[in-house]
Design a protein. Structure first.
Length: 492
């Protein structure tokens, strides 16, 4: 039996109805990973034994009449920068090639309590720095729609595992677009939550003021369900906001008549490929036909989002990554002469090129002579970006935009040109700078039949509204159901 055309909520319901058991389902997914992942490389670790053991436990609890959650017993997987007790958490880096955390991230704990079956850990750009999953120490992940092409990143493994049918849903992290952009490249749905809505406890830090964990799924309803499980205050994270979990009751049905959607016209100009622009413009028409009001606006300041983001993200990264000294975690160079030599050679050996570039950039913008000119200036622009989003949300309920300027490109095509890679983040980074939520869902196909996504952006804690609009779009269209050859079983 193929489970590839079923969502996590549907599979959860089938388990509840005793149509399948969690063990049966988990075994089917493990078999599928064995067949498929040599082509996709979405997984860094597959924990078949652990997953089957969890599935047995969860099934026993369900059989005993316990209600764990709507997703109990459904197999999923987690990005490799989220700590899982006793299970390798490498961050896609040689630096953490042997790091098995002694504790679970809060999100992992919450998922386990909800009956999630964790299949393993997912490939990513090294320390989540990148937009293609090519900087992983464990090799590039490959796009299930065309294995010559990138998955996007940095949560490339998270998006590809769902798109290829290797996991029903997954967790990713998003510092500047790392959930939304791979969702667009792989034709799946994802949510970057409001900053502070999901605990970062146990998420290996890249840029702490921007990082958020979020869900990736086959449709927006699955993502919302996962988000309702992982969100909500956590005393272990001082930036976690003191609110209850996000509640999506009533968001999956009903219409969006009277909702106002803003179109930032400056997002649709130079730099956006025609084959991406067209499906996003068509999506705007679909929203109009569903009863939404469309209003044009300009958010000019976001033209400065890329330099602002790269100054701040690199500054925070250079500080966060100073803990990897060859002593406390992971890799250590043997046969060193003295302590300084341990630091120096361990870091030189175990960090990749992109990580080193960012540590250097970050150290530079934080250095005493340049702090004001770069770091302080970037903080001020960040505030202006936040203010202009606040202004925009006076005029509309949410904003629609492309997710990325292109469809997924060929592996290797951009890897020698970091600036070009950074420019691919133009539509996503301002959302993290402002701390607001963004949703990415498929809305069509571009060149070479590669998927194209659209982004819906709202004010803080407007996730239910964004999900309502996204669900209305998915109820009216089929883009999220168009499967690639792996999902169709072509290779299986
Ligand atoms: N592509 C962006 C970067 O390289 C975003 C990464 C992310 O969101 N983790 O910084």
């Amino acid at each position: 039996m193929s489970f590839n055309n079923k969502t996590a909520l549907e599979l959860g319901q089938m388990i509840k109805n005793r149509e399948i058991s969690s063990v049966e389902l988990t075994r089917a997914f493990i078999d599928n990973i064995e067949k498929t992942d040599k082509d996709i490389n979405a997984f860094i670790t597959v924990d078949a034994e652990g997953a089957l053991k969890t599935a047995e436990d969860v099934q026993a609890r369900i059989d005993a009449g316990e209600h764990l959650s709507a997703l109990a017993g459904v197999p999923m997987a987690i990005k490799d920068n989220i700590c899982t007790k006793g299970m390798l958490t490498s961050c896609g880096s040689k630096m953490l090639y042997n790091f098995k955390p002694p504790y679970n991230a809060t999100v992992a704990d919450r998922l386990y309590s909800a009956g999630a079956v964790v299949l393993g850990k997912l490939n990513m750009d090294e320390f989540a720095m990148g937009g293609s999953t090519e900087t992983s120490y464990f090799g590039a992940a490959r796009n299930p729609w065309d294995t010559e092409r990138v998955t996007g990143g940095s949560s490339g493994g998270s998006a590809a595992s769902v798109a290829s049918g290797e996991a029903v849903y997954s967790l990713g992290s998003d510092t500047g677009g790392s959930i939304r952009q791979p969702c667009s490249f792989c034709g799946v749905s994802g949510i970057k939550p409001t900053y502070g809505a999901v605990s970062r406890y146990g998420l290996v830090a890249f840029a702490s003021s921007l990082d958020q964990i979020g869900p990736i799924g086959r449709d927006i309803k699955d993502c919302a369900q996962v988000l309702s499980i992982i969100s909500g205050h956590d005393a272990k994270d001082s930036t976690s906001i003191k609110t209850a979990s996000l509640d999506f009751g009533g968001c999956f049905e009903g219409d969006i008549k009277g909702m106002t959607i803003g179109v930032p016209v400056n997002y649709f100009g130079d730099g956006l490929d025609e084959d991406v622009k067209e499906p996003v413009l068509k999506a705007i028409d679909t929203f109009k036909s569903l009863g939404a009001n469309i209003t044009e606006l300009e958010i000019k300041i976001t033209d400065y989002a890329i330099p602002t983001y790269y100054v701040l993200a690199c500054a925070e990264a250079s500080s966060n990554l100073s803990r990897y000294d060859g002593i406390k975690y992971g890799y250590r160079r043997k046969d060193c002469e003295n302590l300084l030599d341990v630091y120096y050679t361990s870091r030189s050996d175990a960090f990749g090129m992109e990580v080193k570039r960012r540590i250097m950039l970050g150290s530079f913008v934080l250095s005493s002579g340049y702090y004001d000119a770069y770091y302080n200036k970037a903080l001020k622009v960040r505030r202006l970006i936040k203010n202009s989003f606040d202004d925009a949300f006076e005029k509309c309920d949410m904003i629609i935009s492309p997710v990325a300027p292109t469809v997924a490109y060929k592996i290797g095509e951009n890897s020698s040109d970091p600036l070009k890679m950074y420019l691919g983040d133009i539509y996503t980074v301002s959302v993290n700078l402002a701390g607001i939520p963004g949703v990415s869902i498929p809305c069509g196909f571009g060149a070479n039949n590669m998927p194209v996504g659209m982004q819906l952006i709202g004010k803080s804690f407007s996730e239910p509204k964004l999900v309502k609009a996204a669900a209305a779009f998915q109820n009216a269209t089929d883009f999220h159901k168009m499967q690639n050859k792996y999902m169709k079983g072509g290779r299986a």
